[in-house]
Ligand binder design. Structure first.
Ligand code: APR
Ligand code: PHB
Length: 391
């Protein structure tokens, strides 16, 4: 049977980054991924990085292209009732964010891993976690029709919301907190220069819209949509027409329509599992928690999880100390719940919710307060740019 120190399930950004951080500490890890590398790179996800996230990517040695191509943003805007209100992130919270696509981070991490000679098994089928509660965990899987098994010291589940790791734990040992929202996001990627300098989060009577970007020549835009809608029903023309109606007149006039390179619908969900450790199994990233994308926190949380976990594993192998491993779950969850609260708040303030007229007035009033209160803007800015990693 093959042996390694850590088996990581899932080669998304969480699994790949953990592999890279461990590699730099001299710790061996094998990554098992059910999809092909091309499939993983085909997924378009969010793209706002906190400064702490950038620092971790620097430490992992994968920030060269990020520094060359990432766009520094010093503020974001909120569109409401025909006006745009700027939240001055840097002036209020002392930090900026970097816009750089998650797909590009994944590509940079894959290249670094290939260069390091570390093993990633793509198209690993029927992955099964065994004996994770004792001192000698194993992971079984099938690869190209053959049954394989790896013995290890630790298993880390970085296999996303639909992964197998979390589900390997008996229900009575885990607690789940979940909220589904009654709408989704329809996203479009298009090669056209963005006619906006900063991200615009627009609350309109027709529903939420987000104007984002990936580069000086590529936009990423989203519309709130119903959960029963299908991508096929949204031609490019219909998307841009609706986007113009929601984003506010001034920008609408400058929007240049371009054919979409990618178009997809994603549901919005808040989700947390507790704890994040079960014996020698650890959960990190989307496998452990989901935030609605409105707060741009998903990737940043995945990065802070694996940063703490790599430190804890380093202490274990260097000093045989389990203190940081024991503290992992509580340390991450404290950060996770703050991001859950903020993402829920952003989602609540910016979307159209079905139903209650009183709730609607509360939302409007909360936004009006935000636009006049420096304290409220500071709170939003601090949450948006993220907490320091050592807090
Ligand atoms: N066996 C092996 N691999 C699996 C399995 C399984 N049973 N189930 C899922 N996977 C793989 C998926 O194919 C995927 O490549 O695990 C990976 C999980 O990657 P992501 O879903 O990208 O999750 P994560 O790495 O935690 O990324 C952080 O935070 O909100 C987000 O947008 C952000 O996607 C980003 C995420
Ligand atoms: C994106 O660019 O994809 C993006 C930006 C900000 C968000 C969500 C997604 O809050």
């Amino acid at each position: 049977m093959k042996r390694t120190q850590v088996v990581i399930i899932g080669a998304g950004p969480a699994g790949l980054l953990l592999g890279q951080l461990l590699h730099r500490e001299g710790i061996d890890a094998i990554i098992l991924e059910q999809r092909s590398a091309e499939y993983v790179l085909g997924r378009i996800r969010a793209g706002v990085l906190e400064q702490g996230t950038v620092e971790v990517l620097e430490r992992a040695g994968v920030a060269t292209r990020l520094h060359a191509e990432g766009l520094i943003h010093r503020g974001v805007e909120i569109g409401f009732r025909g006006h745009r209100h700027r939240i001055a992130l840097q002036a209020l919270a002392g930090k900026t964010v970097t816009v750089y696509g998650q797909t590009e981070i994944t590509r940079d991490l894959m290249e670094a891993r290939d260069g390091s000679g570390a093993v990633t098994v793509h198209e690993a089928e029927d992955v099964q976690l065994q004996d994770w509660d004792g001192p000698r965990p194993r992971v079984a899987f099938r690869h190209w029709g053959q049954a394989r098994e790896i013995a290890c010291d630790f298993i880390v589940g970085c296999d996303g919301y639909h992964g197998i790791s979390r589900r390997s734990v008996p229900p009575e040992r885990r607690r789940v907190f979940e909220r589904e929202y009654p709408f989704g996001w329809l996203g479009v990627l298009a090669d056209v220069p963005p006619p906006w300098e900063e991200l615009i989060y627009a609350n309109s009577e027709r529903g939420f819209a987000l104007a984002s970007m990936r580069s000086p020549t590529r936009v990423r835009c989203y519309l709130q949509c119903n959960l029963d809608e299908r991508v096929e029903d949204w031609s490019d023309a219909r998307f841009w027409d609706e986007f113009r109606r929601r984003i506010g007149e001034e920008i609408a006039e400058r929007v240049v329509t371009a054919p979409s390179i990618e178009k997809s619908i994603a549901p919005l969900r808040s989700f947390v599992i507790e704890p994040l450790r079960f014996g020698r199994l650890f959960l990190a990233g989307d496998a452990a928690h989901i935030v609605p994308p409105t707060g741009a926190k998903g990737l940043n949380l995945a990065v802070s999880d694996v940063f703490y976990l790599h430190e804890a594993l380093r202490d274990f192998y260097r000093e045989r100390s389990e203190r940081a491993l024991d503290a992992y779950s509580a340390k991450c969850l404290s950060r996770v719940w703050k991001a859950e609260r903020f993402s829920w708040w952003m989602t609540r303030q910016l979307h159209r919710f079905p139903g209650d007229a009183f709730d609607q007035r509360m939302q409007e009033s909360e936004l009006e307060y935000l636009f006049v209160s420096r304290a409220a803007q500071t709170s939003m800015a601090e949450n948006y740019v993220g907490l320091p990693l050592d807090s």
